[in-house]
Design a protein around this ligand. Structure first.
Ligand SMILES: Nc1nc2c(ncn2[C@@H]2O[C@H](COP(=O)(O)OP(=O)(O)OP(=O)(O)O)[C@@H](O)[C@H]2O)c(=O)[nH]1
Ligand SMILES: [Mg+2]
Length: 295
């Protein structure tokens, strides 16, 4: 009998390590928020990746970090839950990092894991070898040590096959046709957040979030689906900065987000954004729960 392998594989590591980029790359489709600014991911995101008949359920997580704010505590707990609830961990560290984060991770979890060194396109071959040798002393701790670049060179299939080697024989958890367990509206929200990360500076990316108010779908020809969303910020001056002169800032964010959503849906959509102030939302449990950050 032909038995399939299936497992939950959590991607963890410090903020900005390249976790969400790796998830999108292994999936072959962009669903998770990516930013050069740290702490972009706030919640776990599942991607369903098939390798032949075997199913890998990848779980993207917020970067492991310590900060006082309640939202950051939620993010840390999301990462810790993902470490607890999986068959295998992919621990990511940029190739230029010291080994400190990996040493901390080893204290935190005894789970089977791969050590994945990311962004190797940013350094020379000599530096890659040097980094690999630094980690050799933990070779009895990790199952595999894999240097990766999502920009060039590394083969995706090799990584997927290597992951499958360590997964249990088990029926699929999800339909092989599904790409993710996320609702589309949650992906739209992440794409709008990504546009905010790209289009604003200072604290705005960290003190804003997005609520999808309404989605109007149409089957009629010549008409397009409409998405209405509200950007929530903490302060009046952030609202003014987001909206910009004559609304130009908000318009730019809206265009950028619309293009991201259209690339996923492979069709045109209409997106309208509003901005609203909710003082202290990122430090208040009730507000966080309203935005779907549920402990
Ligand atoms: N050069 C290079 N840059 C990369 C690579 N992978 C990711 N990056 C960049 O690293 C930055 C962070 O990537 P993310 O995928 O958002 O990192 P993350 O670990 O999910 O970050 P958080 O969600 O904040 O924890 C982005 O600017 C990516 O484009 C890579 O292989 N090579
Ligand atoms: Mg991320």
């Amino acid at each position: 009998m032909n038995k399939t392998k299936t497992g939950l594989v959590s991607i963890v590591g410090r903020p900005n390590a390249g976790k969400s980029t790796l998830l999108n790359w292994l999936l072959g489709e962009k669903i998770a928020i990516v930013s050069h600014k740290a702490n972009a991911t706030r919640k776990r995101v599942n991607a369903i990746v098939m390798s032949g008949n075997d199913q890998i359920v990848l779980v993207d997580t917020p970067g492991i970090h310590q900060r006082e704010k309640l939202l950051n505590q939620f993010m840390l707990e999301e990462a810790l839950k993902a470490i607890g609830d999986c068959d295998l961990i992919l621990f990511l560290a940029p190739i230029t990092d010291t080994t400190v984060d990996y040493e901390k991770f080893l204290e935190l979890s005894k789970k089977p894991h791969f050590l994945i060194l990311t962004k190797i396109d940013e350094v020379s071959n000599g530096q890659i070898l040097e980094s690999l040798s630094k980690y050799q002393k933990w070779s009895d701790k990790y199952l595999e040590l894999i240097p990766v670049s999502t920009k060039r060179g590394t083969t995706r299939e090799h990584i997927l096959k290597t992951i499958v080697k360590y997964l249990p024989v088990s029926p699929h958890l999800y339909s092989p046709e599904d790409l993710t367990t996320e609702h589309l509206r949650d992906i739209y929200r992440e794409f709008i957040r990504e546009a905010i990360f790209e289009g604003t500076s200072d604290e705005i990316p960290y003190e804003s979030d997005v609520v999808i108010d309404k989605i109007e779908e149409t089957l009629e020809e010549n008409k397009i689906d409409k998405i209405y969303a509200t950007i929530i910020v903490e302060k009046e001056n952030q609202k003014a900065m987001l909206i910009g002169k004559n609304g130009s800032g908000l318009q730019r964010i809206g265009m950028n987000a619309r293009e991201k959503i259209e690339a996923l849906l492979k069709k045109q959509i209409f997106l309208q954004l509003f901005v609203s102030v909710k003082r202290g939302w990122s430090k208040d449990k009730k507000s966080l729960e309203q935005f779907g950050y549920i402990w």
